[in-house]
Design a protein around this ligand. Structure first.
Ligand code: TRP
Length: 343
């Protein structure tokens, strides 16, 4: 029944439910996480960080839509909910309770040093605004909620992007303080950053990111995929003129999807002067081959929110089999106990 085996180290990661997944998310995060979740060495916990979305967005419809699209994307790409614990953060209320307990163990000075908060303050200063303009307590204490996400499930390996390493260090720091005072309760987490994972370039050659508006959609129609690929910025070299593969976004994306042999072949074609139109056509075909089948499944899930809701609620039940006793233990530790408990 309960598939969780507690002796396996836990891999845990969250996805903030803002935006629609794009090709960069797929290559940089989704694909490696799904591959890792198929390993029998680890217990994988994967969740929709919908309360984190509130830090960035106050638009209910967008948060809702993004949750649906992200769940459909992960399931379509082969995340097996029987094999991992796949849940919505908001379905596990114990996380919010733990977040408060950890708040009482987090030095304000530690939060002052968090990158996201510091960046907001700096932007305000540059704009001659009050340093705290539009900074909510949600943004300020967001690393604490992240610590609660992780420590609640004894997450040990936390796969994240470089920008998140600091938050995992903070979670570890908070866990150590708690453990030191009350006795060992939490496993100390470590960030796992995979240097081999490609950071995909976007249409304009900068990192593919929603904030640069340069993304290639993952599961839009075939036509839109083709259109987006045709928009990738290239130089003015004519067919027959040698092109530098290492200076080309088309080649960078090719490399992220192709086999070693295909990559070597395309490199040679660049040197031999392949036309940009031809290179883009090849890229479209390669991507479409990998995405066509999952695209069908994605559309099926999108048309069937009832099925997704069921999967997520079953995931929450598995998650709460861990979080309820964990929170109970934490409450014992801090002295919130039944009246009848021995003193
Ligand atoms: N803050 C992370 C991000 O923006 C998402 C996240 C929320 C997360 N909670 C987490 C990642 C816990 C790892 C572990 O990418």
């Amino acid at each position: 029944m309960n598939q969780l085996s507690t002796d396996k180290p836990r891999v845990l990661t969250g996805i903030t439910t803002t935006g629609t997944p794009h090709l960069g998310n797929y290559v940089g995060a989704i694909k490696p996480a799904i591959v890792a979740s198929q390993s029998s060495e680890f217990d994988s916990f994967l969740f929709l960080a919908d309360y984190h979305a509130m830090i960035k967005s106050h638009e209910p419809d967008k948060i809702h839509q993004s949750s649906i699209e992200i769940a459909a994307t992960w399931l379509a790409l082969g995340l097996d909910p029987d094999n991992v614990t796949f849940y919505r953060q908001s379905d596990v209320p114990e996380i919010m309770e733990l977040s408060w307990v950890l708040t009482c163990w987090t030095a304000k000075g530690l939060m002052n040093r968090a990158h996201a908060y510091k960046a907001a303050v700096q932007a305000n200063e540059e704009a001659n605004e009050d340093p705290d303009y539009a900074v909510t307590m949600g943004l300020f204490s967001y690393p604490i909620l992240m610590a609660a996400d992780i420590l609640m499930f004894n997450g040990k390996h936390i796969p994240v992007g470089r920008d998140q390493i600091q938050h995992i260090e903070m979670a570890k720091d908070i866990a150590q303080r708690f453990n030191h005072h009350y006795g060992e309760r939490f496993v100390l987490p470590e960030a796992v950053v995979d240097d081999n994972v490609a950071v995909l370039q976007g249409l304009d050659g900068r990192k593919m990111s929603k904030s640069y508006n340069n993304t290639i959609p993952l599961f839009d129609t075939e036509k839109k995929l083709k259109k987006a690929i045709n928009k990738i910025k290239t130089n003015l070299l004519e067919p027959g003129e040698a092109k530098d593969p290492d200076d080309s976004t088309v080649f960078q994306i090719w490399k992220a999807f192709a086999s070693e042999q295909q990559t070597a072949d395309m490199r040679q074609q660049f040197i031999d002067g392949i036309a940009w139109g031809e290179a883009k056509k090849c890229l479209f075909e390669l991507l479409n081959k990998e995405l066509a089948e999952p695209r069908e499944r994605y559309l099926e899930y999108m048309a069937n929110p009832v099925a997704m809701e069921k999967i997520l609620l079953a995931g929450a039940e598995k998650a709460r089999a861990v979080s309820i006793p964990m929170l109970q233990g934490v409450r014992e530790s801090i002295g919130i106990r039944a009246m009848t408990a021995p003193t």
